[in-house]
Write a protein that binds this ligand. Sequence first.
Ligand code: GDP
Length: 368
Amino acid sequence: MFDGLKDKLSGFRKDVEENADVDGSDERDDADADESDAASSADAPAADSDADGAGDSVVTPETDAGDDAGDADPSTFQRAKAFATGRIIIEEEDLEEPLWDLEMALLESDVEMSVAEQILDTVRETMLGESRKQVDTTGELVESALHDALLDVIAVGQFDFEERIAEAEKPVTIVFTGVNGVGKTTSIAKLSEWLDERGYSSVLANGDTYRAGANEQIAEHADRLDRELIAHDQGGDPAAVIYDGVEYAEANDVDVVLGDTAGRLHTSDDLMAQLEKIDRVVDPDMTLFVDEAVAGQDAVNRAKEFNDAAEIDGAILTKADADSSGGAAISVAYVTGKPILFLGTGQGYDDITLFDPEELVESLLGEE
Ligand code: GDP
């Protein structure tokens, strides 16, 4: 999962380390040179002892270093001092090229432009700023800067889904939006199973009355999982189907109603009108947007579009198992202001995991 992006992030770490090392080894060379100058100066009097006399020709390393520092510009002096005391100083010029490469890498990985810029700003600030963390090596500094920058954008709006379900008055109604073919129906079935494993019963309601075959598609999952399915004929009113789902849940003590909706209607006005009606009639506790991680930038754009049409509470990203770029996983929360709640990680009903931003960041930065 997200292997392409992992490689690119570790490329940035190496870039900065190399740049900083070049500078570091310059300093080291200077320091070595000073020492050998000093050593040869110290040796010299012995060889020339009958000329000027030892006292005059001895140049101590301290004096030599002091002179060098006096000649150098202040930042070089600062850097030399930092090097001597083991602290890390990264200068803007050290970062210029690696940051450019990082931006390209993020964009190539389908990270949305504003998200990539935000990540770069945080990395730059963390690495150059006064408030720089105390770390031992350049590698650690890069790691902590990238960690903070990624977490900042990925964890936007994050909340505890399980807690929300536990605390909500039952039945909890969840409506799913998103285009067809991305794994919306499968995700509803997976979530039904996920809830079952945590002791919550659920009923499926097929609010996608628009598409031919939609009832059969969701009925197959309901049969396999042995769940009740509420469905009306094609062309029926989606709000009425989900309403019936809520009634069924209330009458039968079912904890959660999982309501599908049509993927996309003719215009976003139709879509909005339909979702608005569902809002009015059943007042869902949550609206979750489903899309596939592999769609990258398209998934990010759709998330924004759906959120604008009818505000979502969170997202499910499917097919993360097949996604190497990671761009959608990084961008969706920042762009919509709503968190990713689950990742779909395969075709089985168990292949769904709660989204954990910290875990994702650690895996993106992990050495493998
Ligand atoms: P819908 O039209 O959006 O309802 O899409 P479906 O639920 O029918 O899923 C479309 C295809 O994607 C099916 O073959 C699913 O098995 C597959 N799919 C769904 N979720 C995942 C996932 O997380 N990983 C993988 N690899 N395939 C998935």
